[in-house]
Design a protein around this ligand. Structure first.
Ligand code: NAD
Length: 480
């Protein structure tokens, strides 16, 4: 087997201890790796690299396209960027895959039958990081959900479900409220489901979906979710299995992949030699699957299960009932090495299948007819009397527009607003084409804004209102 180049970062806190233990097991199991080490994390943040990574390190990541990363300590406070978010976005790692499995009765858990995988969209949603303070009182974050982003993660989730022998794929969104953005994710899920009739599918509103997952995790098999919900639900799912110290995860894209433990750098126990290396080890095992060394992955998984079954446990999972020996990081790794070639008796045995799957290239849908039918203009206005504001705006609409609506934090306040509605200094004014369905031009919008500027109004944002093949591409104001 040819050696595969892999970039490795030892990280911060317990990172170096668990990475050393992990690489020891990989080596003894026969993994063929050519390791390139890079430094990321705390020391770089402290030396002025606000993203926690040096420019040279990208060369290694671009060359190997495979990154095994120990946890790092993210400094608190402004100006520092999350290294994980930077790496995911720069390398286009659109899928975060986190298997969550209970190892009862050997590891104590309230939910002994959990065996599910969370597949989280990794690049879009509120994590686009586009945020603004727009007025004295109001801030805004942009939630971006795209068709290519949704198609990639959902197609990946179906392929994963099919090739990893799972039966059911559940999608969580909040499309009863976010009808356009989460609605697109749900719609793409329903479209792609048509290509996989053998997979059982269902959609749940994210709040009840998470509640059911926390209560009855064994009901779920694979779950696909947009970024923010995925961040939350993947931690819930990992916690249900009894320890966040046991889960690894992969971040996959068209041009690279990153593998890690899901826990952090645990500074409270760093340097003591007591950390559980299992999360990083199981992350590294996912890496071996990815680089076509699945047989080595299988040997390690089986030996690791046997170690857990034999009651050789680190302090975080030690229990009076099933644990036989409390060991540190190194001794645990050695116990796994000693069991290479053995299989567990009752925990799941794994048998390697060379069933890698490839993802189709995204193809753009044919263009629809896009028509500009109006504009939402947002204003900073601290002392607005709504009726007087409406009269002032009506005088500025010109021949091209009519004033349709004024809202404050999404609640309609004109026409026919309620005096009880609390208003901030942030107003949305909807201006539609002068007659129903009339199309307006960019020039019309520019001239409208010029009139507003001349009148001394403080507009802070505009959003164009489009129809796509006659279908509305904007949400209606409440009460519209
Ligand atoms: P943490 O996961 O580091 O620790 C939470 C608790 O779990 C601690 O009590 C810790 O001792 C314990 N723990 C974690 N991993 C363990 C292991 N392998 N064995 C035994 N016990 C373990 O979370 P935190 O304390 O909130 O964060 C510490 C630092 O890690 C922060 O700077 C945070 O930003 C960072 N972090 C990094 C990553 C990453 O690099 N992917 C992920 C999460 C947090």
């Amino acid at each position: 087997m040819a050696k595969v180049p892999v970039t490795v970062a030892y990280g911060d806190g317990i990172g170096p201890e668990i990475m050393e233990a992990t690489l020891h097991v990989l080596d003894k199991a026969g993994a063929e790796l050519e390791i390139e080490e890079i430094v990321v994390g705390k020391s770089l943040y402290e030396n002025g690299f606000s993203s926690g990574i040096k420019p040279e390190a990208w060369d290694s990541l671009r060359r190997t396209k495979v990154f095994l990363k120990a946890p790092i300590t993210t400094p608190q406070g402004g100006g520092m960027k999350s290294l994980n978010v930077t790496i995911r976005k720069t390398l286009g790692l659109y899928a975060n895959v986190r298997p969550c499995i209970s190892y009862a009765p050997y590891v104590r858990t309230k939910h002994p039958y959990v065996d599910l995988v969370i597949i989280r969209e990794n690049e879009e949603d509120l994590y686009a990081g586009i945020e603004y303070r727009q007025t004295q009182e109001v801030t805004q974050a942009l939630k971006l959900i795209s068709r290519p982003g949704s198609e990639k993660i959902i197609r990946y989730a179906f392929e994963y479900t099919k090739h990893r022998g799972r039966k059911k794929l559940t999608c969580f969104t909040k499309d009863n409220i976010m009808k356009i953005s989460d609605g697109l994710f749900h719609q793409v899920f329903d479209e792609i489901a048509q290509d996989y009739p053998e997979i059982q599918t269902e959609h749940m509103i994210v709040d009840i979906g998470m509640a059911r997952l926390a209560d009855t995790p064994e009901y779920f098999d694979a779950v696909v979710v947009p970024n923010l919900y995925g961040d939350i639900v993947s931690d819930i799912a990992a916690q249900l299995t009894g320890s966040v110290g046991l889960a690894g995860s992969s971040n996959l894209g068209d041009h690279g992949a990153m593998f890690e433990a899901i826990h952090g750098s645990a500074p409270d126990i760093a340097g003591q030699g007591v950390a559980n290396p299992s999360g990083l080890l199981l992350g590294a095992v996912l890496m071996l699957d990815h680089i076509d060394q699945g047989q080595v992955a299988e040997r390690i998984r089986n030996a690791w299960h046997k170690t857990i079954e034999d009651g050789i446990h680190t302090g975080d999972i030690f229990n009076e009932v099933k644990s036989k020996e409390k060991v540190g990081t190194k001794a645990f790794a050695q116990a796994v090495v000693d069991r290479l070639g053995e299989e567990p008796d009752s925990l799941r045995r794994t048998h390697y299948q060379a069933d890698a799957f490839s993802m189709p290239v995204y193809t753009r849908k044919p263009k629809t007819k896009k028509e500009l039918v109006g504009v939402d203009v947002f204003f900073d206005n601290e002392d607005a009397d709504v009726e007087a504001f409406a009269v002032q705006l009506q005088a500025l609409t010109g021949d091209s527009f009519q004033l349709a609506l004024i809202s404050n934090r999404g609640v309609k306040v004109w026409p026919d607003g309620f005096p009880e509605t609390f208003c901030t200094d942030h107003w949305r004014v909807r201006l539609m084409g002068a007659s129903d369905g009339a199309v307006v031009s960019h020039q019309d919008v520019a001239q409208l804004l010029q009139r507003m500027a001349d009148a001394g109004l403080d507009f802070i944002q505009t959003e164009h209102l489009y129809h796509f093949d006659g279908e509305r591409g904007y949400s209606l104001g409440q009460g519209q």
